[in-house]
Ligand binder design. Structure first.
Ligand code: ADP
Ligand code: MG
Length: 707
């Protein structure tokens, strides 16, 4: 009895509002376009809030313009001419006594060209950009007049709506006008003020919900741009709180839905566990033991586990995954370990193969490039239930893979499941059951986000490294002047028996170019480092070739491994104690931390050299500084959140679910700790309002979250 959410049923509030087609200007075609933005009803229109504002209320002197500023200017035409550069364009030069500006248009007709006559006045609005001869506006909105015009273009700030192809700002204005007039008075308060903590009550009492919505769509005269952009007004604050609550409730709901689902009860046979641990060659840290128990308790329960295990690079997540998998095996149920890259999956295959082999448990292998015959064989043994354990990539959950009884899925190095993955997993268990899921990540979720935005997951932390781990000393150097010196250092390290990684730059979107760059670097370093055994690994190699090179590096047959970022996750060679990362300025914090985690795993003191190319952006500078200063994954994740924003941390690319209309998890993070408690109070005082609140803010996107 897989419980899926019935689409429109239960969304009673939705039926109270007319469809968008009831608004003038919206026909069936337009309705389809709006629906892409999840705008289906008039209520959705009201909650489709502007994402920014433009100030067309006041005029800026031409002498006072600043680049990237969007503003209204007024000037008199000095000159208008068509020029034939790389592209034919119409240039209109205007001045106002304080300075001048060029208007540039690439698309124009005869009558436009003629309208710009010397001596006439132009009032226009656009973004100021630096041009070849002073500031320019490209295709501004404009009006030409005989007499000198006065004042701005609008009397209030102009809302700019998030939109999609074929839906103009004018249309948004037109339909929000109608919705505000017809339906705003019907929008109900759904959040009971008495449930809010005092610091949130002020904004609620200062502005009713209706007034807040009105204020965001149609800013009042005199409201300044800064307060609207920074969302500090009472109207903003109360809407932000509601939106955060709605998202939080939606996650709670998907957790509750899961509690009605059934997963196999996995019992642990302690004798297997004991032999496994006795054969490991090390003792679990206290943190590993604790997390093993947490997962163990989950798995012995009939409601499906959905647990995130966060542990810094090298904290020993693999062994924790293995313990969980043994619990499935000892209950006679199948389990898989899925990794995002083939290289990492191979490494896990090898590790689990060793560990489980000693216990007489067979481990299967499945990746997209697995040879057909071997694949057929594995598939057959998975479907007849002969094989209890498999390791691989996404190939493990493709439709063609049929499991006899899949009970546990462990996913490495990911934050959240993609929707397709969750659905795919449902199809792989016997009637009426879903598999337990454990997700492991080295990128911890900052505490502030965890409570509110992982409310649908349980979280465990391996907050301790195995004994003897050394801090990786990190230095940052300009490539241009220091590269030769670094190469000498690599030479010395290799000669003294150490092993070294040389990580080549990330090349956007092109695995081929990246592979080429790595190949060039390998040749260059081989030439410069006579006597050093150099290996190369990149994404374009065949899996077998990759495995051979990695094997040689592991065995010490290779001293220096030149690699692309394919080695980012999981690769484990304890004797490697020096890592060079080229063009470190192009990489993200989490990625650099992951890469660096490949060293510092053995007994040697380890070093990481981050080479960068000028010029360094402000953010890149901050990233490199953070890495130099700390090895702590939690601190790095907090910094990352600060520098980069929450979107990627939350894995929006994977779920497509968490995007906000007014809230901003960075800017509004001070509110997050208050959300969980408030939600609990609301859930007990006004449970009847929760669905309506979710529907209002998330609407049809919610089906996606619950998938
Ligand atoms: P990660 O959390 O980055 O996935 P791994 O599971 O790859 O870390 O573990 C890193 C290394 O530490 C491996 O070589 C693993 O065998 C070793 N290891 C794991 N747990 C311990 C422990 N408790 N004591 C000593 N070494 C350990
Ligand atoms: Mg790992």
């Amino acid at each position: 009895m897989t419980k899926t959410k019935a689409p429109a049923a239960g969304n009673k509030t939705k039926e109270e509002y007319a469809a968008v087609t009831s608004l003038s200007g919206v026909g069936p075609q337009m309705a389809t376009k709006l629906s892409k933005l999840h705008v289906n009803t008039v209520q959705d229109v009201l909650f489709h809030l502007p994402h920014r504002y433009e100030d067309r209320t006041s005029v800026t002197d031409l002498g006072a313009l600043l680049p990237n500023l969007s503003t209204v200017v007024i000037g008199q035409i000095d000159l208008a001419q068509v020029v034939f550069g790389r592209r034919r364009s119409l240039l209109v030069r205007i001045s106002d006594g304080t300075g001048s500006l060029t208007i540039r248009m690439f698309y124009f007709n005869r009558s436009q060209e003629k309208s710009f006559q010397r001596g006439l006045w132009v009032k226009c609005f656009g973004e100021v950009r630096p041009g070849a001869k002073g500031y320019e506006m490209i295709h501004p909105e404009y009006r030409v007049s005989r007499d000198e015009p006065e004042g701005g273009l609008d009397s209030t700030l102009t809302p700019v709506y998030p939109t999609t192809e074929g839906v103009s700002q004018a249309l948004w204005r037109k339909i929000t006008d109608q919705a505000l007039k017809q339906s705003l008075p019907r929008i109900k308060e759904l959040v009971d003020v008495s449930c809010l903590p005092p610091e949130m009550q002020t904004a609620y009492q200062a502005s009713s919900l209706q007034a807040a919505i009105q204020a965001l769509h149609r800013p009042r005269t005199g409201v300044d741009l800064v307060s609207m952009q920074e969302a500090t007004s009472d109207a903003h604050q109360r809407l932000i709180v509601e939106e955060l609550l709605a998202h939080h409730f939606s996650l709670r709901k998907s957790r509750a839905a899961r509690e009605h689902e059934l997963a196999p009860v996995l019992e642990f046979t302690s004798s297997i566990g004991r032999s496994f641990l006795n054969n490991l060659g090390f003792t679990l840290t206290a943190a590993q033991q604790r997390v093993c128990h947490e997962i163990g308790a989950d798995l012995s329960n009939s409601s499906p586990t959905m647990r995130l295990v966060q542990g810094d690079v090298g904290s020993g997540k693999t062994v924790v995954a293995a313990m969980a998998m043994l619990q499935a095996v000892s209950s006679g149920v199948q389990c898989v370990l899925m990794a995002p890259t083939e290289l990492l999956a191979e490494q896990h295959f090898k590790t689990l193969g060793d560990w489980f082999g000693k216990l007489g448990i067979d481990v299967g292998w499945l990746a997209s490039k697995t040879p057909a015959k071997q694949k057929r064989d594995t598939l057959e043994r998975l479907s007849n239930g002969e094989l209890l354990v498999a390791v691989g990539t996404h190939a493990l959950i493709q439709p063609a893979v049929d499991y006899k009884h899949l009970g546990l899925v462990v996913i490495d190095e990911q934050h959240r499941f993609g929707v397709e993955q969750r659905l795919a997993l449902r199809a792989k268990t016997p009637e009426g059951q879903v598999p337990h899921q454990v997700v492991m990540t080295a990128t911890p979720i900052p505490r502030t986000l965890a409570m509110t935005f992982y409310a649908d997951l349980d979280v465990s932390s391996i907050d301790e490294l195995p004994p003897g781990r050394k801090v990786v000393e990190t230095v940052v150097m300009p490539s241009e002047t220091k590269r030769m010196e670094v190469i000498q250092r690599v030479k010395a390290a290799c000669e003294s028996g150490k092993q070294v990684y040389w990580v080549c730059p990330l090349i956007d979107e092109s695995e081929a170019l990246e592979a080429q760059a790595a190949t060039d670097t390998e040749q260059q370093l081989s030439a410069a480092l006579q006597g050093v055994k150099v290996g190369l690994v990149h994404g374009r190699l065949k899996p077998k070739e990759k495995e051979t090179v990695m094997g040689q590096f592991r065995n010490g047959d290779i001293d220096l491994l030149v690699a692309t970022t394919v080695i980012e996750v999981g690769v484990d060679v304890p004797n490697a104690s020096l890592m060079i990362i080229e063009n470190a300025e192009r990489m993200g914090l989490a990625q650099l931390h992951q890469l660096r985690g490949r060293v510092g795993r053995g007994s040697e003191k380890s070093f990481c050299i981050l080479l960068y190319q000028m010029p360094l952006s402000q953010h890149a500078k901050q990233r490199l500084k953070t890495l130099r200063e700390t090895n702590d994954g939690f601190v790095i994740a907090e910094k990352d959140l600060e520098i980069r924003g929450a979107g990627e941390l939350l894995g929006t690319r994977q779920t497509g679910s968490i995007s906000f209309k007014v809230a901003d998890l960075i800017r509004d993070q001070h509110l997050l700790p208050l959300i969980d408690g408030t939600a609990t109070k609301l859930a007990s005082k006004t449970p009847q309002h929760i669905d309506a609140l979710i529907d209002r803010w998330i609407g049809s996107k919610e089906d996606y979250v619950n998938a």
